[in-house]
Ligand binder design. Structure first.
Ligand code: CAA
Length: 292
């Protein structure tokens, strides 16, 4: 059983919001940091809404909902993270931004055994750990990948990634923490895209090639994969759900990290991104969400 008392979550977006919610429900005190007050406000409102809905559905007692919400501190003050036992970074998927955050965390966290986890979906853990280690020598052994899936409260998996220098004991503690948060941990080594996106993204990319080449209409491509393979969403709708910009970015990381052009995003994905059709978050991707 994990003994983590306080978790710091860096980034109050969709992923950080979900991670902080399930940490609070698992009885941890949570510090959610974001530089933008608007993101913190939105995160808090989402927590209130989702936990209230869980109470309405009879999945949670009102007292537990109130206690979980009380355990979360929303802050734009970086130094509030100093005393946490465990930090999970969930900011934009950009290697330079993550390197900067990990260097800062390395010198901010005061507990000698504090763990620095990243929710990256494809960026090298070893590379992120190296940035932390430059700021504080030896800390790379406490940097680990903790990859959650969207929507975090619903998806059962946490993909745990062991960087080149991650201590085995830290991997074991990460698994215990994921279990405490109601998830199933599965471990992968540090290769671009780990397992999840190395397998998922080529499938999504092929869905776009099939669309671009006129193999079938979008509804048929998705219907064939949902009905024929029992996926909850077809590749095109799932790409809209993840964000086409995020998919394109992960595919580029795969192409560079695995040194193969076959992982590059289909031209149609690039075109939709250039048009600002990023998926659900902009109201339109392959499909139109503005009417729903
Ligand atoms: N936040 C919290 N809960 C949510 C939610 C959200 N954004 N969206 C749906 N839910 C909850 C609903 O409240 C509902 O809960 P109850 O069972 O308690 O009632 C449950 O999920 C099912 O929702 P719905 O009945 O509305 O809809 P559904 O049955 O169609 O399920 C879905 C929706 C769970 C999103 C399902 O379509 C699904 O599993 N899709 C695939 C999602 C997926 O593959 N995610 C991984 C993306 S890849 C990734 O995240 C990592 C990466 O690196 C890119």
């Amino acid at each position: 059983m994990s003994d983590v008392k306080t978790m710091g979550v860096i980034g109050a977006g969709q992923m950080g919001g979900g991670i902080s919610q399930i940490a609070a429900v698992a009885s941890m005190d949570v510090v959610v940091y974001d530089a933008h007050q608007a993101a913190l406000d939105k995160c808090k409102a989402t927590h209130q809404k989702l936990l209230a809905r869980a109470v309405e559905k009879g999945k949670m007692a009102q007292g537990d909902c109130d206690a979980a919400l009380k355990r979360i501190k929303y802050t734009a003050n970086w130094n509030d993270l100093a005393g946490v036992d465990w930090a999970v970074e969930a900011v934009v998927e950009n290697a330079d931004v993550k390197a900067e955050i990990f260097a800062k965390l390395a010198t901010t966290l005061t507990k000698p055994d504090a763990v620095l986890a990243t929710n990256t979906s494809s960026i090298s853990i070893t590379q992120i750990a190296a940035a932390a280690d430059k700021a504080k020598s030896g800390i790379a052994s406490r940097v680990v990948g903790m990859h959650f899936f969207f929507p975090v409260p619903v998806m059962k998996l946490v993909e745990i990634i062991k960087g080149l220098q991650t201590d085995d004991a830290i991997v074991a503690r990460t698994s215990a923490l994921a279990e405490r948060m109601g998830k199933t941990p599965l471990t992968a080594n540090d290769r671009a895209g780990f397992v999840s996106n190395r397998v998922l993204m080529p499938m999504i990319n092929e869905g776009f090639y099939a669309l671009m080449e006129g193999v079938a209409e979008p509804e048929a491509i998705d219907g064939i994969m949902t009905l024929g393979c029992n996926f909850p969403m077809g590749p095109l709708r799932l790409a809209d759900f993840i964000g086409l910009d995020t998919c394109a970015h992960i595919m580029d990381v795969l192409a560079e990290g695995l040194n193969s052009e076959r992982y590059r995003p289909c031209p149609l994905i690039r075109q939709l991104v250039a048009a600002g059709r990023l998926g659900n978050k902009t109201g339109r991707g392959v499909f139109d969400y503005t009417q729903k």
